[in-house]
Design a protein around this ligand. Sequence first.
Ligand SMILES: Nc1ncnc2c1ncn2[C@@H]1O[C@H](COP(=O)(O)OP(=O)(O)OP(=O)(O)O)[C@@H](O)[C@H]1O
Ligand SMILES: [Mg+2]
Length: 273
Amino acid sequence: MTAQHTHPVKVIAVTGGKGGVGKTNVSVNLSVALAAMGRRVVLMDADLGLANVDVMLGVKPKKNIVDVLSGECHLADVLVEVSENFSIVPASSGTQEMTALGAHEHAELIHAFSSLDNTLDVLVIDTAAGISDSVVSFVRAAQEVVVVVCDEPTSITDAYGLIKLLHRDYGLTRFRVLANMVRSEHEGRAMFGKLMTVTDRFLDVTLQYLGSIPFDENVRKAVRKQKPLLQLYSSSKAAVALRNFAKKVDEWPVHNSARGHLEFFVEKLVQNH
Ligand SMILES: Nc1ncnc2c1ncn2[C@@H]1O[C@H](COP(=O)(O)OP(=O)(O)OP(=O)(O)O)[C@@H](O)[C@H]1O
Ligand SMILES: [Mg+2]
């Protein structure tokens, strides 16, 4: 089957540079919201060093992406259906990096994702913290990059570092920015403003502000109970904001070119730098 005959899929990487800014919470609840809107969503835990999507959702996968890569099973055996329209690809808690994969594993990965075509509308990728080769591989392969920032001392500088690297070394020019854990909408805008000031000055990139998610104790409570916030506290402040964010994401156009296909994503993913 050629790429033209397959179903276009929106591939969204959620990243941020800094650890603990809320990437996994945003990824999980974005996925839940999109699934509730009728989209078929797969959330891939790309935090290969410290898997935590499964922990946050209270599922205990027997197999993970590494078993697919080693040829032990198919992607279908690894997918865990969390709720209607929503499945996850769990990661292992090892330390394997995408870049450490050999030719055989690359082929397995391409094969694995080709089998997903026509079964999903959105692939959300929750990346690890930092700017390791593994994070960069996933982000540069995605069509949409959501950079999560929060009001912690190094969040803006880490986000800037990530954007700079992706721009300079991989030619990415378009980034979307989501402010998390804000005390006011103004605070979110101000953070975005700070980031824009440095990117405008030093890089030729376009940033789009996606708005903010308020700081909300219910997020932590949901994490402790290992259930999505949107399921447990669906009318909380953060849940309302996350659903609005998901509506925006849903309105982004799907690429109908080759870039809109999973095949393209996987080819980019395994490309050597
Ligand atoms: N909007 C929010 N309000 C309050 N707490 C939040 C919010 N978003 C995230 N948190 C809390 O911040 C912590 C980090 O969140 P999360 O694990 O999603 O971040 P992360 O960026 O994925 O971290 P890592 O880099 O370790 O993967 C969690 O305890 C979570 O409950
Ligand atoms: Mg995380």
